[in-house]
Write a protein that binds this ligand. Structure first.
Ligand code: GLP
Length: 241
C-alpha cells in the first residue's frame, strides 16, 4: 500500500488526476472504475480541465461505476447516473455507450447484478478503481457486515449512510433504502485501487482502514490485502496515523 500525503483537497484532486491521466495514456483501452460522493468531485473537475487543454482524451476509455441507488431512474437528479454525466461525462469526449452504471431502476435487479459483473468481465476487468470511504468503512455501498466474497449485489443502506447522504436530497425520507453495489470481491479484483480521502471527519475511518483489524465489520480494511493500492489523502484525513 502506497500512501501519498498532500496538503489539502485541491492537491489530493490534482495528484489523483495525474495518476488517472497516466493510466489513460499508458493503456490502449483503459477501463476505469469510478466513484461518486463529494470526494472525487475535484478529481473530475481536474480531468475536465486537462481534457479542455487537450492533454488527455477519453475516446478509448470505458468506465464502470461502483454503485447506484435502487429505484432512481437515470433522469433523477439524485441518481449516480445523473451525477456522473453532470460532473464528468458531459464535459469530456467519452462515448456515453462506454460508461456503465448499475441500473437501479431495473425491473429485475438480481439479473442486473449478474449482467453488471458480466459486463466488467467482458471489458477485461477494471484497470484502476477510484474509491472513497464511508465514515463506517463502507466502500462502494458495501456496508459493515458485507461478506468479503460478495460480488455485485443489492444492499440495505445503513441508517448512518442514509443520514450522511441526506445532504444530496431534500429530506432524509427521500434517500433510497437500498442500493446496487459492486461487491467487496468485485472491487478487490481491480488491478489497481486509488483511494481518495480528505478532511478530519474521515481520519478515524482511515486509521481503521490502514491500521485496524481486517474484518467484515469494517469493509475498507480488506484493502490491506490488495497488492496495488495508492491512498491519496490530505493531512487532516491522515492525522491519526
Ligand atoms: C457514498 C458512496 C461511496 C463514497 C462514500 C463517501 O455513499 N456510495 O462510493 O465513497 O459514500 O462519500 P463522500 O465522498 O461524499 O464522503
Amino acid at each position: 500500500m502506497q500512501l501519498k500525503t498532500v496538503e489539502n483537497y485541491q492537491d489530493m484532486s490534482m495528484v489523483a488526476c495525474s495518476i488517472i491521466m497516466e493510466k489513460v495514456k499508458q493503456l490502449e483501452s483503459p477501463v476505469l472504475g469510478l466513484a461518486t460522493g463529494s470526494t472525487p468531485e475535484g478529481l473530475y473537475k481536474q480531468l475536465i480541465e486537462q481534457y479542455k487543454q487537450d492533454n488527455v482524451s477519453f475516446q478509448n476509455v470505458k468506465t464502470f461505476n461502483l454503485d447506484e441507488y435502487v429505484g432512481l431512474t437515470k433522469q433523477n437528479k439524485q441518481s449516480y447516473d445523473y451525477y456522473m454525466r453532470e460532473n464528468l461525462f458531459s464535459h469530456i469526449d467519452i462515448d456515453l455507450a462506454n460508461t456503465y452504471l448499475p441500473n437501479g431502476a431495473s425491473a429485475d435487479l438480481d439479473q442486473e447484478c449478474i449482467d453488471y459483473e458480466a459486463r466488467i468481465k467482458q471489458a477485461g476487468g477494471i484497470d484502476i478503481q477510484v474509491l472513497g470511504i464511508g465514515l463506517n468503512g463502507h466502500i462502494g455501498f458495501n456496508e459493515p457486515g458485507t461478506n468479503f466474497s460478495s460480488r455485485t449485489h443489492i444492499i440495505d443502506l445503513a441508517e448512518s449512510t442514509r443520514t450522511a447522504n441526506a445532504r444530496f436530497f431534500d429530506s432524509l425520507e427521500e434517500v433510497p433504502e437500498q442500493a446496487i453495489t459492486m461487491g467487496v470481491d468485485t472491487i478487490m479484483d481491480s488491478k489497481e485501487i486509488l483511494l481518495l480521502v480528505s478532511g478530519e471527519k474521515k481520519a478515524e475511518a482511515v486509521s481503521r482502514m490502514l491500521e485496524g483489524e481486517i474484518s467484515e465489520e469494517f469493509p475498507a480494511s480488506i484493502l490491506q490485502k490488495h497488492p496495488h493500492v495508492t491512498v491519496v489523502g490530505d493531512k487532516a484525513a491522515l492525522s491519526l496515523l
